[in-house]
Design a protein around this ligand. Structure first.
Ligand SMILES: [Zn+2]
Length: 248
């Protein structure tokens, strides 16, 4: 059995586990971002309804101020009516009063319409606010679960990193360089088993002579097609049971 090859197989198992944990972590982050986005969408709906309600209230305040002025004007116009000297002036004043009354009535109608709108918006807003509060609490709860999961994953990754460093130290530097290069270039897989003369990762045939050499277990060998380091699981020594990795 080649000790270096055994190290590489272990190294590969660690990388597999590491990738699996990192994917889970990324999935958690993606889920958190998704939940936040969903919440933001509801929050925007609430805020836009709130803005609508605020501007209806502002419009109502403006119309109430205008009504106050109009009523004051009407009062002045009525007072002046008692002072007029001629019939012509009297008729003109009556006309003015009539016009002001019309304006008052128009504004009163608008104010009532606005009040109805404000009441309706208020109900919708209260409903949305309740929904939003519920959604916020659900979001916080889910985020806290995801954070806990992420923390636990990080702890597992840290433990794995320790084992990873130990294995890396056991691999000779040139071989380590080649292996790390393969991890980067070959989708995180640098080591492959060979079964029935076929590389288990690229699924290409290993030339029969090479397969015989591999079974002799005399030297490190790379797949002629994907260049990954090869081992034959027929050698019991390479069927390593890495409980410390599996238990992480
Ligand atoms: Zn291959």
């Amino acid at each position: 059995m080649l000790d270096q090859l055994k190290c590489l197989i272990e190294y590969q198992k660690i990388e597999d586990k590491r990738n699996q944990l990192m994917r889970s972590n990324e999935e958690g982050l993606r889920r958190t971002a998704e939940l936040e986005k969903e919440f933001e969408y509801f929050e925007e709906q609430f805020l836009s309804k709130k803005e609508e309600s605020d501007s209806a209230q502002e419009a109502h305040r403006t119309i109430e101020r205008e009504l106050e002025e109009l009523r004051a004007r009407l009062g002045r116009q009525k007072t002046r009516l008692g002072d007029v000297k001629t019939n012509k002036e009297y008729q003109a004043s009556l006309k003015e009063i009539e016009e002001t009354k019309k304006e008052v009535s128009k504004n009163e109608d608008s104010a009532l319409e606005l009040l109805d709108k404000i009441e309706l918006l208020g109900k919708e807003l209260a409903e949305l606010e309740k929904d939003l509060a519920e959604k916020r609490s659900v979001l916080e709860e889910q985020k806290s679960v995801l954070q806990q999961e992420s923390g636990a994953l990080q702890t597992r990754l840290d433990r794995l990193e320790n084992i990873r460093q130990q294995v890396r130290e056991r691999v000779n530097p040139d071989l380590l360089k080649k292996t790390d290069f393969l991890f980067t270039k070959q989708a995180g897989i640098a080591v492959s088993s060979v079964e029935n003369g076929v590389c288990n990762v690229c699924h290409m045939n290993i030339p029969p002579q090479k397969f015989i050499e591999l079974q002799r277990d005399e030297d490190l060998m790379q797949c002629p097609h994907c260049h990954r380091f090869l081992y034959w699981p027929g050698h019991e020594g390479y069927c390593i049971n890495v409980e410390d990795i599996d238990s992480i």
